[in-house]
Ligand binder design. Structure first.
Ligand SMILES: Nc1ncnc2c1ncn2[C@@H]1O[C@H](COP(=O)(O)OP(=O)(O)O)[C@@H](O)[C@H]1O
Ligand SMILES: [Mg+2]
Length: 226
């Protein structure tokens, strides 16, 4: 579906991504790693918000490296942000109307009853769902989610997990950056671990917590999976 090929990026001489290569298939891919590992930078490069220093992004055989976010959105690559971007002084409905006339998808996100509510009055969970709903309204082929569980209560996080799984059943490929491991591993079919700009693990969520290098870099040696 999408290939990241030998991507490198530095900021003022600081190497943030070093020769990163992996594929996003038709799957739910989790991406984890310590703060500053380069996860958001990676999303910014794939979605066209940043240009890499070297390397390529290939979508179904086409080189899309360095294309603008708006062009990539038309090709089906959509991202959400760690800090959500919605129009706070508009209602849920008005936010969605900036993208589509079809308001029925609000039901899938449990936002239909609240459609006349201003975005700034929403709970964290509702805001995250609105942000995801706005992304889905653009009909992505590949959806990049930056910390979709951030700030959610346990109950809201469960709701979010259900919605994320539903989205992938509709054929959308998902890459999800997240610190909340338990919630992430409930939805991820495969996981990549980034550390200091390099991939130190790519594989099964079942085995990642037992990997010595990953434990050293991220989970801690004494980590016990709950
Ligand atoms: N626009 C930028 N300018 C300079 N440094 C940046 C910029 N964006 C990120 N960085 C630095 O790059 C590193 C990786 O950041 P980021 O990709 O946000 O990591 P993560 O999302 O994994 O926490 C950090 O050291 C961060 O300070
Ligand atoms: Mg980040």
């Amino acid at each position: 579906m999408l290939s990241v090929v030998n991507i490198s990026k530095n900021f003022n001489g600081l190497k943030v991504l070093e020769d990163i290569s992996f594929e996003i298939k038709k799957e739910r891919l989790g991406i984890i790693g310590p703060n500053g590992a380069g996860k958001t930078t990676l999303f910014n490069i794939i979605s066209g918000f940043l240009k890499p220093d070297s390397g390529k992004i290939i979508l179904k055989g086409d080189d899309i490296t360095g294309k603008k976010p708006s062009e990539l959105a038309k090709k089906g690559i959509i991202r959400t942000f760690q800090i959500m971007k919605v129009f706070e002084n508009m209602t849920i409905e008005e936010n969605l109307l900036t993208i589509t006339d079809d308001l029925s998808i609000l039901k899938d996100f449990e936002l239909y009853e609240k459609r006349k509510e201003l975005a700034r009055n929403l709970s964290q969970g509702e805001l995250r769902r609105l942000s995801l709903c706005l992304a889905i309204a653009k009909k992505p082929k590949i959806l990049l989610l930056d910390e979709p569980f951030s700030g959610l209560s346990k109950k809201e996080a469960e709701k979010m997990a259900g919605i994320i799984t539903e989205i992938s059943f509709n054929g959308t490929s998902l890459a999800i950056v997240e610190h909340r491991i338990k919630e992430l591993f409930n939805v991820a079919e495969r996981v990549i671990v980034l550390n200091s700009g390099s991939i130190i693990f790519d594989g099964d969520p079942e085995s990642v917590t037992e990997n010595p290098a990953v434990r050293e870099a991220y989970f801690g040696r004494n980590y016990v999976r709950s």
